[in-house]
Ligand binder design. Structure first.
Ligand SMILES: NC(=O)c1ncn([C@@H]2O[C@H](COP(=O)(O)O)[C@@H](O)[C@H]2O)c1NC=O
Length: 196
């Protein structure tokens, strides 16, 4: 199995867009996902000076669901008030850049839009910045990760609830899985589910 670190994906299930986050971590395995209104937060449960291990991981707006591995979640969600997903990703990822930790850990991000069969992925590392608009495919997800994945990969994914999606993400063949979060478009709202 590979160690890929933080992982996120976007896809289409029963004609509706979905997104997931899979937190894999060697160094900070003691974490929780807390749902609070229209956001989900990752909270590290041990004392640390590391500024990158507790953050808003999901932010839901009327039209968009944003999933990322850091504080850029809320910057991207705010940028979506005045610009389209591609530009929001380019602007925020370029502005915040990769993390200044021992690993130069990349920032990754995914966006899905209500009623849309397209989705967006973004990545900024020490030596690259890319943003992709993708045609989502039924029963599949496009995923990217902080380490060891070149650009993005495709995986089969079907489920019936957001919680099942999170459970499915927890079964991805990556090392040091800690927790997962699923986001699914429903008629008037977004459905959230978590798994550990
Ligand atoms: N977002 C996260 O959950 C997260 N967890 C760990 N990091 C960073 O990545 C470094 C390596 O962590 P790990 O060995 O768990 O892959 C940590 O020292 C920290 O700076 C994170 N930063 C970005 O992924």
């Amino acid at each position: 199995m590979r160690y890929v670190g933080r992982t996120l994906g976007i896809g289409l299930n029963s004609g509706r867009p979905f997104a997931f986050y899979l937190l894999c971590s060697r160094s900070f395995p003691n974490r929780r996902a807390v749902v609070e209104g229209n956001a989900v937060y990752i909270l590290n449960q041990t004392e640390t000076d590391n500024p990158y291990v507790s953050y808003p991981v999901v932010r839901l707006t009327k039209d968009y669901a944003v999933v990322t591995n850091g504080l850029h979640t809320d910057f991207i969600a705010q940028a979506l008030d005045w610009e389209k997903p591609r530009k929001a990703l380019v602007h925020v990822l370029d502005a915040l850049d990769y993390e200044r930790d021992d690993y130069n850990t990349p920032r990754i991000a995914g966006i899905i839009q209500r009623g849309e069969r397209r989705g967006w992925l973004g990545f900024v590392g020490r030596d690259k910045l890319w943003v992709r608009e993708l045609e989502l495919e039924e029963g599949k997800a496009f995923l990217t990760a902080t380490y060891s994945i070149d650009s993005f990969e495709e995986v089969e994914m079907s489920f019936s609830t957001a919680r099942e999606l999170a459970e499915r993400a927890m079964r991805l063949p990556f090392e040091n899985r800690v927790l997962a979060i699923g986001v699914v478009e429903r008629k008037e709202e977004w459905e959230l589910g978590t798994a550990e």
